[in-house]
Write a protein that binds this ligand. Structure first.
Ligand code: HEM
Length: 524
C-alpha cells in the first residue's frame, strides 16, 4: 500500500470515528442518565444508567429491584423528566409530610393532567388556590362527620351487595364472578355522594357510560406507562393515544354534564334532593366562581377516584380468601363469639372485631390498587441526606416496596393478618403517626395530597368485607385457579377475572337476604 493510500484509508477511518463521536455526543444524552449536581456539588440520588420512555406492565417489579439496588430514595430519568422514587417509610414521611410545602404539587402529565382532566378534578391540579378550593368543596362530603351521615346509605348498598352475590350464585350452588357486583356497590356509593341518587341497575345508559369512562381513565393514566408523557414530539402528532385522551375529556364533560342537569331538573321540579356534592355545587356555583368545566370535572372526581379503587380492593379480598381457609375460620370464630348470628356487623361493631379489622388492613397492604400512588411534584430545590432534589422533580411513592419492607412486615409476601393485631387505629389515624414505621400501610398515599376519600373508603370496605365474612364461606371453583400475581389496569389494579362460590354459613343468612327486595330495603 502506498503512503497516499494509507493516508486516504486513515482519513476515512477518522471521518467515520468523528461521525460516530458526533452522533454519540448528540444522541447519547437522550438515552443515558444526566447526573445533575447543585452549586455545592451535591448529586441527585443514584439510579439506573439508562433513561426510559415508559415502563412496561408490572413495572413495580423492576422498580422494586431498583429500590433494592439503589436504596430508599433513588432517581430515574423518564425521558427528560427527573423522577425520584421513595421506597422507605422514613423518607416518605420526611419528604411528603414534613416537607409537604415543597412536595405537594402535580406535574402536568400530558395524558392525565393536560389532555383528560385539564388541570382539574383535584388530582390533576397543581398545588395552588384552585386545588385548595376544589378539595375543600369535595371534602364537605368526605369528612369523618359527613361519612357518619352517609353511613346508612353505604349500609344499605352493602346489604344489596351481599344479597346480589348470594342470589346470583344460586345460594352458593353456582360460581360467580363478583367484579360486576362490587363495581356496582362502589359506584352506587359514589353516585349517592355526588348526585344524591343511586342506580336501580347498571343497565342505565348514563351509568354504563360513566363506569366505562372510569375504566378508560384507569387504563390511560398510569404514572409511567405512556411514552407520550415523556417524549414531547409524540404530543404533536395525531397518535391513537392522543385521540383517546381527547375523546375521554370530551366524554367526561358530556356524561357528567348530563348527570348534573338531571340533579338541576330534580331541584327545579321541587324534588327533595338529598345533600350531595352536585347539589352544593349548583347552589354555590356563582359564589364559588365555578366554570362549567370545573363543575363537570368535580362531579366526576368521586367516580374516577372512588370506584375502581374500592371495588379493586374488594375483588382482591375475594380472590385471596379461598386460599386462606384458616383466616376465614378465625374470622368466623370471632364473629360468632362477639356479635353472634342474629345480626351482622355494623359500623359500630368495628372496634370489637380486631381480627376482622386486621384482615382488611392486610388485604390493603398485600393488594393496594395503586402500587405507585399518584406522583407528587416538587416546587423548590432541596437537599435531603446528602442528595440534591431539584425543583420540578416528579416524586413517586413506591407503595409496592413500602409494603414489602421486611423490617416493617416480616415475611412480607405472606398474607398474615396477625401482623396487625394490636393496631386499633383507622387508616386515617394511622397516617398521622410521627413514627413512619408504625403506619399501617400506604395505600392511600401520603402528605397534603393524601386520598381525601379514605374515610368513606374505609367505611365501604368495612361494611362490605365484614358482612361477606359474617355471611359466607368463600370457596374456589374446582379446576379454576385464581391468580394473585397478574392484574388488569395501568393506574389502578384489579385481579384478572375469576369466580368463587359463596356458601351461606348459617340459616340466618337466608332469612336476612331473602326477606326483602331491593326497593323495599331502601329507607335512607
Ligand atoms: C380503597 C380505596 C381507595 C384507595 C386505595 C385510594 C388511593 C388513593 C391514592 C394512593 C391517591 C394519591 C395520594 C397521593 O397523591 O399521595 C388518591 C388520591 C385521591 N383519591 Fe383516592 N383512593 C381510594 C378511594 C377514593 C374514594 C372513595 C374517593 C372519592 C370519594 C377518592 C378520591 C381521591 C381524590 C380526589 C384524590 C386526589 C387528591 C389530591 O390530589 O389532592 N379516592 N387516592
Amino acid at each position: 500500500m502506498t503512503s497516499s493510500q494509507w493516508f486516504s484509508c486513515d482519513s476515512s477511518r477518522a471521518a467515520i470515528l468523528l461521525a460516530v463521536a458526533l452522533a454519540a455526543y448528540t444522541f447519547l444524552p437522550f438515552f443515558v442518565r444526566h447526573n445533575i449536581v447543585n452549586k455545592d456539588g451535591i448529586p441527585i440520588p443514584p439510579g439506573p444508567l439508562l433513561r426510559y420512555a415508559f415502563l412496561r406492565k408490572y413495572s413495580e417489579r423492576m422498580v422494586h429491584r431498583w429500590a433494592q439496588k439503589y436504596g430508599g430514595l433513588f432517581s430515574v430519568w423518564m425521558g427528560n423528566q427527573l423522577t425520584v422514587v421513595i421506597s422507605d417509610p422514613v423518607v416518605a414521611r420526611e419528604l411528603l409530610v414534613n416537607h409537604g410545602a415543597i412536595y405537594s404539587s402535580r406535574r402536568m402529565y400530558f395524558m392525565k393532567n393536560q389532555t383528560i382532566l385539564n388541570s382539574r378534578a383535584i388530582t390533576a391540579t397543581p398545588y395552588n388556590g384552585m386545588w385548595r378550593h376544589h378539595r375543600k368543596l369535595a371534602m364537605q362530603e368526605l369528612t369523618p362527620a359527613a361519612v357518619e351521615r352517609s353511613t346508612h346509605m353505604i349500609d344499605y348498598e352493602s346489604h344489596i351487595l351481599i344479597r346480589s352475590l348470594f342470589l346470583e350464585g344460586n345460594h352458593g350452588q353456582e360460581p360467580i364472578n363478583p367484579a360486576h357486583y362490587l363495581g356496582r356497590y362502589a359506584f352506587n356509593n359514589m353516585c349517592m355522594l355526588t348526585f344524591g341518587t343511586r342506580t336501580a341497575s347498571t343497565a342505565d345508559p348514563l351509568t354504563e357510560r360513566a363506569l366505562s369512562l372510569a375504566k378508560e381513565f384507569m387504563e390511560l393514566t398510569g404514572p409511567w406507562s405512556n411514552a407520550i408523557d415523556f417524549i414531547t414530539p409524540l404530543q404533536w402528532i395525531p397518535t391513537q393515544m392522543r385521540s383517546r385522551g381527547r375523546k375521554l375529556h370530551d366524554d367526561i364533560i358530556a356524561v357528567y354534564g348530563a348527570l348534573i342537569m338531571r340533579v338541576k331538573d330534580r331541584m327545579n321540579s321541587g324534588d327533595n334532593v338529598p345533600a350531595c356534592l352536585v347539589k352544593t355545587l349548583l347552589e354555590t356555583r356563582e359564589k364559588e366562581g365555578l366554570s362549567w368545566e370545573d363543575m363537570c370535572m368535580l362531579s366526576a372526581v368521586f367516580t374516577l377516584g372512588g370506584v375502581h379503587s374500592t371495588s379493586g380492593i374488594l375483588q382482591w379480598f375475594l380472590a385471596l380468601l379461598p386460599s386462606h381457609p384458616e383466616v376465614q375460620t378465625r374470622v368466623h370464630d370471632e364473629m360468632d363469639r362477639v356479635i353472634g348470628r342474629e345480626h351482622w356487623p355494623t359500623a359500630q361493631d368495628e372496634k370489637d372485631l380486631p381480627y376482622t379489622r386486621a384482615v382488611i388492613k392486610e388485604v390493603a397492604r398485600m393488594h393496594s390498587p395503586f402500587w405507585m400512588a399518584t406522583p407528587h411534584y416538587s416546587t423548590e430545590d432541596f437537599v435531603y441526606n446528602g442528595m440534591f432534589l431539584p425543583k420540578d422533580t416528579s416524586v413517586v411513592l413506591n407503595i409496592y416496596s413500602l409494603h414489602h419492607n421486611e423490617a416493617r412486615y416480616p415475611d412480607s409476601f405472606l398474607f398474615n393478618p396477625d401482623r396487625y393485631l394490636g393496631d386499633d387505629q383507622t387508616s386515617a389515624e394511622s397516617a398521622h403517626n410521627n413514627d413512619a414505621m408504625k403506619r399501617d400501610h400506604w395505600a392511600f398515599g401520603a402528605g397534603r395530597r393524601i386520598c381525601p376519600g379514605l374515610h368513606v373508603a374505609e367505611r365501604e370496605m368495612w361494611l362490605a368485607m365484614s358482612r361477606v365474612l359474617w355471611a359466607f364461606e368463600v370457596r374456589s371453583v374446582p379446576g379454576e385457579s385464581i391468580s394473585l400475581a397478574e392484574y388488569e389496569g395501568e393506574s389502578g389494579r384489579t385481579p384478572m377475572p375469576f369466580r368463587v362460590k359463596l356458601g351461606a354459613r348459617h340459616e340466618r343468612v337466608l332469612t336476612m337476604l331473602e326477606a326483602k327486595d331491593e326497593a323495599s330495603l331502601f329507607n335512607p
